[in-house]
Design a binder for this molecule. Structure first.
Ligand code: ATP
Ligand code: MG
Length: 175
């Protein structure tokens, strides 16, 4: 990849954060780049992207959550442990410089609810020697410290969403 790897953040309450990062990945693999997406707080093989990566050998997705509702007000220790283990995987992948892009999907949510201390994330980013690895953070409510450190921040703003009309998650569009 050209130049130094940067830190990108896709946040906000509107739809498009995860799909923006998937679009970035699709563009990147077209140029022969290698991409890893770690999906925090998710464990559901029914997502379209899990099926699509089978056709894209340079794009890996690893779900590091469990298939269960996370009680953010009082998180189960298992969820904290799984976020931590996902974060360790993320650090290893970045440090090993095996990928051109590492996407940390929904990690902002894990940080916002205190499942992963923001200081740990910032300390790692400041001290990393990631060379050319681009790192992408997605999820609603990115912490201010991360926004300040990032090179690129995009806020998806919810103007209108059919969910509010009672239309639920649509196959191929929302999952
Ligand atoms: P997507 O995966 O479609 O890019 P996202 O990553 O921006 O969405 P998340 O916060 O991860 O959004 O939520 C995922 C699910 O919630 C998707 O089904 C998405 O359509 C839906 N969603 C996103 N924003 C809103 C909203 N403002 N109101 C209702 N549902 C939403
Ligand atoms: Mg998302």
């Amino acid at each position: 990849m050209d130049g130094q790897g940067m830190v990108q953040v896709y946040t906000g309450d509107g739809k498009g954060k995860t799909t923006a990062s998937l679009g970035l990945a699709m563009r990147a693999v077209g140029h022969g780049l290698k991409v890893l997406m770690l999906q925090f707080l998710k464990n559901d093989e029914n997502y379209g992207e899990i099926k699509s990566v089978k056709y894209l050998p340079d794009f890996e997705i690893c779900q590091v959550g469990r298939d269960c509702f996370v009680n953010f007000a009082n998180p189960d220790p298992i969820d904290v442990k799984m976020v931590r283990s996902g974060w360790e995987k993320a650090k290893d992948a970045i440090t090993a410089q095996k990928y051109d892009i590492v996407i940390l999907d929904e990690i902002n949510v894990a940080i916002a609810y205190g499942l992963l201390p923001v200081k740990e994330v910032i300390d790692f980013l400041e001290c990393r020697n990631s060379g050319k690895t681009e790192i992408v953070f997605t999820g609603i409510a990115a912490p201010l410290e991360l926004i300040e450190l990032a090179d690129l921040v995009t806020e998806m703003k919810n103007v209108k969403h059919y969910f509010n009309l009672g239309i639920e998650s649509r196959t191929g569009i929302d999952h």
